[in-house]
Design a protein around this ligand. Structure first.
Ligand code: CS2
Length: 493
C-alpha cells in the first residue's frame, strides 16, 4: 500500500477520470437484489450487468452484497462506501472503471439474522448466488443433498444459520410467514442445470427442516429458480491487481478486481417479482439456458480444468503459461473437436469448434494471470459437469472418450500430489480426505488409482464407473503421465 494514497470512496469520485466513474450515482439506487458471495467473479460480472441495466432502464435494483465469511472484504467495502473497480485487461488494452451497483454489504458470519431479514424484505425481489459449487452441499454427480453437520443444525434447530442453504431456507420460511411477495433465486455458479439444482436443494432442505405444508406451498407458488449460464474469466485479485487499479484511479482500491474483456450471461426469464433490465447490458434472456450451459461447462470449463491439471503437473504457474506448453493446444483442440463437440447439441447457430477456438484465445490472454492451482481447486465438485457428463454422453452414443479420459487421468495424477519435477501439489478439495484415503488404500499402480477414483460414487456417475473402455483409456493415460510426465505424453499423443 502506498503511504499517503487516499482511498476510493464517495469523496474521491469527482477526482477520477470521467471514464472511470460509475454509471449510476452510488448510494441513490434502493436495494432490490440480494447477492450471496461477494467474490471477484460477482464484482466483475453480475454487479457490472446490474449497474448498466439500472443506468439504462432505471429501477430499484441496487445490490446488497453478502459475504458469507470474508470479514476483511466487508470492512474494506464499507470503508470505500461500497465502491470497487473492475479493470478489463487484454494484451493490447486496459481500462478501469468504478462500479456503483452495491447498495450495501453484510457479513453473514457476523449477522446471519440480518441476511434472513433481507430475504424476507418485500423490497428484495431477486437473490443471486456465486458461492462456488461446494457451498450447495449437493452430491456433485447426482445433485442430491448431502448436508454436513452445520447444515443439519441450521435446518433442525433455532440457532442462527451458518451455511448458505441454511440462510436461504430460514429466509424463505420468514418470507413465507410474512407473505412478503414473490422472489427469484438465481444460481450463478457453474453447476449443471443450476436453476433446477437450486430448486431441488431448497425443496430437500425444506423437507429436512420439516417445514410446515403452508410454507412449502408458498415457496412452490412464489419462488422462481431461473437457470443461468455465466461467463467471464476473473482470477483472484493479487497485490498486482491492486497496484494496477491504484495507477489507473490515483486512489487506493483494496477491493479491485481484474477481468478479461469477454463477458456473457444467459438467463432463463423466470422472475415472478420482476428483475433488472439485464438485456440492456447485453444479457440474453431465454426460456431454456440448458444448451448454453452445457456448451460453456463442457467447452470452456472442461478445457480449463484440462489445462489446469496438465499445466500444474508440468510446473506452469498460469493457464496462459500452460497453453504455451508444446502440443497442449493441439491436444485441447482435439478434445474439443473429437469429444466435447460430439457429446451434446449446442444452441442453435453455435459451432462448438469455433466457440472452442475463442475459448483457447481467451485462455492465452497474457494480461490475465489465472493460476493453474486456482482452477485446479475443488475438482471433485467440478469434474462431473465439466468432463464426466461428456464421457457419459459420448459412451451412451457408442463413441470413444479418448481425450476426455486424459483429463480424468490428469486429475488423478494431480490428486496423487506430486508434479513432474517432484514438487508437492496441494489438493484443495472438500473431498480431499476421501480421495487421499481411496488412493492410499488402492494398489499403488495406475490401474489401482483409476479404480479407486472411479469408485467415488458421489463424483463419478455409475455408468462411467462401470465402463471397461473408459477405465482402460484413463489407465493408459495415467500410465504415460506417471512414467514419462506431461511433456512427453503430449508429444506422443
Ligand atoms: C474456472 C472458472 O476456476 C475455475 O474453475 O474454470 O472460474 C472460469 O474461469 C469461469 O467459469 C469463466 O466463466
Amino acid at each position: 500500500m502506498t503511504v499517503g494514497a487516499s482511498r476510493l470512496d464517495l469523496g474521491a469520485l469527482r477526482r477520477l477520470p470521467a471514464d472511470a466513474r460509475p454509471l449510476v450515482e452510488p448510494g441513490t439506487v434502493p436495494a432490490g437484489v440480494l447477492h450471496l458471495g461477494l467474490g471477484a467473479f460477482h464484482r466483475a460480472h453480475q454487479a457490472v450487468y446490474t449497474e448498466q441495466a439500472v443506468a439504462s432502464a432505471g429501477g430499484d435494483w441496487g445490490i446488497v452484497g453478502v459475504a458469507p465469511r470474508n470479514a476483511d472484504l466487508v470492512r474494506v467495502l464499507t470503508a470505500q462506501d461500497n465502491l470497487f473497480s473492475v479493470s478489463t485487461l487484454s494484451a493490447a488494452d486496459r481500462h478501469t472503471r468504478v462500479i456503483g451497483a452495491l447498495a450495501g454489504v453484510r457479513l453473514a458470519a457476523a449477522d446471519p439474522q440480518a441476511v434472513v431479514a433481507l430475504l424476507a424484505d418485500p423490497a428484495i425481489r431477486v437473490v443471486t448466488l456465486t458461492v462456488t459449487e461446494k457451498a450447495y452441499q449437493l452430491d456433485p454427480a447426482g445433485g442430491t443433498l448431502r448436508p454436513d453437520p452445520a447444515l443439519v443444525a441450521d435446518l433442525t434447530s433455532d440457532r442462527p444459520p451458518v451455511t448458505v442453504p441454511g440462510l436461504l431456507v430460514r429466509g424463505l420460511l420468514a418470507r413465507a410467514a410474512a407473505d412478503a411477495g414473490p422472489i427469484a433465486l438465481v444460481s450463478c455458479d457453474n453447476l449443471p442445470a443450476n436453476g433446477r439444482r437450486l430448486r431441488g436443494l431448497v425443496q430437500h432442505a425444506l423437507a429436512y427442516a420439516q417445514a410446515p405444508r403452508q410454507a412449502v406451498d408458498w415457496v412452490g407458488a412464489q419462488v422462481g429458480f431461473p437457470g443461468t449460464m455465466v461467463d467471464r474469466i476473473v482470477p483472484a485479485s493479487t497485490t498486482e491487481t491492486l497496484a494496477a487499479a491504484r495507477r489507473a484511479l490515483g486512489v487506493e482500491d483494496l477491493a479491485a478486481v481484474a477481468a478479461e474483456p469477454y463477458t456473457q450471461w444467459v438467463i432463463e426469464d423466470d422472475f415472478p417479482g420482476g428483475r433488472p433490465a439485464w438485456e440492456r447490458a447485453g444479457a440474453v434472456l431465454c426460456a431454456d439456458a440448458g444448451p448454453w450451459e452445457r456448451l460453456k461447462l463442457r467447452t470452456l470449463n472442461g478445457v480449463h480444468s484440462a489445462a489446469a491439471y496438465l499445466g500444474a503437473l508440468a510446473g506452469c504457474e498460469t493457464i496462459a503459461d500452460a497453453l504455451a506448453l508444446p502440443h497442449l493446444a493441439t491436444v485441447l483442440r482435439r478434445l474439443i473437436a473429437e469429444d466435447v463437440a460430439a457429446s451434446f447439441t449446442p444452441p442453435e447457430g453455435v459451432d462448438v469448434v469455433d466457440y472452442g477456438e475463442q475459448v483457447l484465445a481467451r485462455f492465452g490472454n497474457p494480461a490475465i494471470r489465472h493460476r493453474t492451482l486456482q482452477v485446479a481447486m475443488d475438482g471433485s465438485q467440478k469434474l462431473p459437469q465439466r468432463i464426466l457428463h461428456t464421457i457419459a454422453d459420448l459412451r451412451a452414443g457408442g463413441r470413444s472418450a479418448h481425450w476426455a479420459a486424459l483429463v480424468l487421468a490428469a486429475w488423478i495424477r494431480f490428486a496423487q500430489g506430486t508434479a513432474d519435477d517432484g514438487r508437492t501439489l496441494p489438493l484443495d478439495d472438500p473431498l480431499a480426505d476421501r480421495i487421499r484415503a481411496a488412493l492410499a488404500d488402492a494398489p499403488q499402480t495406475p490401474a489401482g488409482a483409476v479404480d479407486a477414483v472411479l469408485a467415488l460414487d458421489e463424483v463419478v456417475p455409475p455408468e462411467v464407473a462401470a465402463d471397461a473402455q473408459v477405465r482402460a483409456d484413463v489407465t493408459a493415460w495415467l500410465t504415460d503421465l506417471t512414467r514419462h510426465g506431461v511433456r512427453p505424453t503430449l508429444t506422443a499423443a
